[in-house]
Write a protein that binds this ligand. Structure first.
Ligand SMILES: C[S@@+](CC[C@H](N)C(=O)[O-])C[C@H]1O[C@@H](n2cnc3c(N)ncnc32)[C@H](O)[C@@H]1O
Length: 293
């Protein structure tokens, strides 16, 4: 709920702290007097003057994501993310009774953030996504999540130096803003798809592969704001997917927008009943560049 994380939230316009505007938490109000309505589903949209430039994943993509993830096919990814968040909090010396703060950017259905909060005692999380259908799920997926609609490429609606761990799973990365909101010892945990991810589906479905060197480029782009903690870790496993799961996997990805639904359905129908498909991604941990003030 937003009340669990209100001490982390800030006005997206000027960065001043937000607080409840009324006893029923129907609005949030900033120290500078800006008001933000809390939707009846429990999420709040925190966008600056220009509003939101993107709409993110639509309701169908979010539903496909929910369907696919609930099949447990990405369980090794969620386990690995939770482990790394735990290690990052240990590195930072964050005590459980300190109510560790975890922010997920592009949090989607909240699958990863919920799992992490369940595993880390007393933790609470902010799920940020630019998609309203995602925020509706985030608001109800876990009692300790505050759901926020915001654009990762704008000033994040978070106070300076208050976040113990930022997680980014197949979602946009704004290194300058991550460095601003992280606590001194806080870390960013990033999961990026690697070349070879879903390799067996690429040709038959006509979807493009992940380019080589993605992690190295991400680290280079973050330089000046964030530095890597150790080496990236590769997570690779095989999934047994039936045609419905393959349809859900493609439906939750950008490919869903690039291939006509009828063509995609025909291509999926031409696949074997079940297939072994490779999942491959890299987990990278980063912390604030020590040269930043
Ligand atoms: C590939 S999905 C990953 C979702 C989730 N992390 C997961 O793995 O289940 C990318 C998510 O980022 C969101 N997103 C895209 N652009 C964004 C932006 N500029 N700011 C915030 N969220 C964004 C999308 O709406 C979507 O939910």
């Amino acid at each position: 709920m937003l009340s669990d994380v209100i001490d982390l939230l800030a006005d997206p316009v000027d960065g001043t702290p937000l607080r409840a505007g009324d006893a029923a938490w129907k609005t949030l109000v900033s120290e500078s007097g800006h008001n933000y309505d809390v939707a009846r589903q429990g999420y709040v949209t925190l966008a600056g003057g220009a509003g939101l430039r993107y709409s993110g994943d639509d309701a169908e993509m979010i539903q496909a994501r929910e369907t696919f993830l609930s099949g447990g096919h990405f369980a090794p990814f969620v386990e690995a993310i939770t482990d790394h968040v735990g290690q990052a909090l240990d590195d930072a010396g964050v005590a459980d009774d300190a109510h560790p703060s975890i922010v997920e950017i592009g949090a989607g259905t909240g699958y990863y953030l919920s799992h992490t909060l369940d595993s880390i005692e007393n933790s609470r999380g902010v799920g940020i996504d630019v998609s309203v259908p995602a925020a509706k799920r985030l608001a109800s997926c876990h009692p300790n999540i505050g759901a926020v609609v915001a654009d990762a490429w704008s000033r994040l609606p978070l106070r300076d130096g208050v976040v113990d761990a930022v997680t980014v799973i197949f979602a946009p990365r704004n290194a300058a803003e991550f460095a601003r909101v992280l606590s001194t010892e806080g870390q960013v945990i990033v999961l990026t798809a690697d070349a070879g991810h879903l390799a067996e589906l690429r040709e038959p479905l006509g979807i493009i592969d992940v380019e080589e060197g993605k992690v190295e480029r991400m680290i280079a782009q973050a330089s000046g704001h964030l530095v890597p903690v150790g080496d990236p870790e590769s997570v690779e496993f095989q999934m047994n997917l039936d045609q419905a799961s393959i349809a859900a996997q493609i439906g939750m990805s950008p490919s869903a927008r690039h291939i006509h639904p009828t063509v995609l359905a025909e291509r999926i129908a031409a696949l074997p009943e079940t297939m072994t498909v490779t999942a491959r991604a890299a987990i990278t941990r980063l912390r604030r560049d020590p040269h930043l003030s």
